[in-house]
Design a protein around this ligand. Structure first.
Ligand SMILES: NC(=O)c1ccc[n+]([C@@H]2O[C@H](COP(=O)([O-])OP(=O)(O)OC[C@H]3O[C@@H](n4cnc5c(N)ncnc54)[C@H](OP(=O)(O)O)[C@@H]3O)[C@@H](O)[C@H]2O)c1
Length: 290
């Protein structure tokens, strides 16, 4: 039995669907009101629980061979905070799994996570990684770069479709190896099965490093009309985006993150999704037929 925690989120749902397609026995941790009906109907065994509630996790991990978690607090709020979920909640889950004799634990972290980071989310992820590595379980850490599915629609897709200029913070020329969440799901599912993934941190990017200006140019080509780009300085709000996004975009404008995926993609049999293909899929989904 494989337990997926975070199955009602973007990445966790993709992992769960892939496992069910392979006829694997899958249990998912769900909360009241989380959108689990489709996954249950597809064959996942739903159990109620919360990372903040240790007894619920002890019940969820009973009889489980492998845990994969993608859960995080970032888009939630209320009682779900970096401290309660990403730090303490992950600790609850790791300790419950180790206590129940789970063999392999796959933890979704992110590129740049560090237990010594001044950024609380990065620090919580880094602390969870460190705890997992000493848990006694076989472990795999997934360290993906920025998800195309989150950043491309938000920063470029939405304004491009609305006919508004794309806003970049700073220069918008930094090159990042954005990755499709579907590709991360493919690595996660492969990692659950493969012994060579145990004791490994898999740094996961897409097939190429691109800037937001490059992505705007891709939309321009595919839409066949101009997609203008405007800039705001770091610290200024980005029109149309929640205030919390502006500092994140400013941070992304301070470094490049190219990742050579040639070897990992070959080893895990993943065909990396290009930005060109991702944008094509995005635009097809926006069309009336999509
Ligand atoms: N977005 C990026 O660019 C990016 C880049 C690198 C790595 N990552 C990492 O990738 C992972 C997956 O991201 P995502 O976009 O798929 O996340 P997401 O869509 O925001 O999903 C979050 C999931 O966490 C669950 N969750 C939150 N609080 C919980 C709690 N207290 N107890 C149990 N479950 C809880 C949610 O369940 P409910 O539905 O019940 O709320 C949901 O299933 C995250 O760990 C993230 O840090 C993201």
């Amino acid at each position: 039995m494989i337990l997926v925690v975070g199955a009602t989120g973007l990445l966790g749902a993709k992992i769960t669907r892939r496992l069910l397609q392979q006829s694997k026995p899958v249990r998912i941790l769900t909360r009241a009101g989380s959108p689990a009906a489709e996954l249950s109907a597809a064959g996942a065994q739903a159990v109620t629980g919360d990372l903040k509630d240790r007894p619920s996790l002890d019940a969820a991990v009973a009889g489980v061979d492998a845990v994969v978690t993608t859960a995080n607090s970032i888009l939630r709020g209320g009682a779900d905070t970096v401290e309660s979920v990403d730090r303490d909640g992950n600790r609850n889950l790791i300790e419950a799994a180790a206590g129940a004799g789970v063999r392999h634990f796959v933890f979704t972290s992110l590129l740049g996570a560090d237990a010594g980071s001044p950024v609380p989310f990065m620090r919580a992820k880094g602390e969870s990684e460190a705890l997992l590595r000493t848990s006694g379980m076989a472990w795999t850490v997934l360290a993906p770069n920025l998800f195309m599915d989150v950043w491309i629609p938000m920063v470029v897709g939405a304004p491009a479709m609305a006919g508004d200029p794309v806003t970049v913070v700073g220069g918008g020329n930094r090159q990042h190896s954005l990755v499709a969440a579907e590709d991360v799901a493919a690595y996660a599912v492969a990692a659950i099965e493969r012994r060579e993934a145990e004791g490994q941190t898999l740094i996961i990017g897409g097939p190429e490093a691109v800037s937001y200006r490059d992505i705007a140019a891709t939309f321009e080509r595919q839409l066949g009309r101009p997609v203008p780009v405007q800039t705001v300085a770091a610290g200024e709000p980005v029109p149309g985006l929640p205030a919390a996004m502006s500092p994140l975009l400013a941070f992304q404008d301070t470094y490049d993150s190219p990742i050579d995926m040639t070897e990992l993609a070959a080893v895990y049999g993943v065909a990396p999704t290009s930005v060109e293909d991702f944008v094509r899929g995005f635009l097809a989904a926006q069309s009336p037929a999509g």
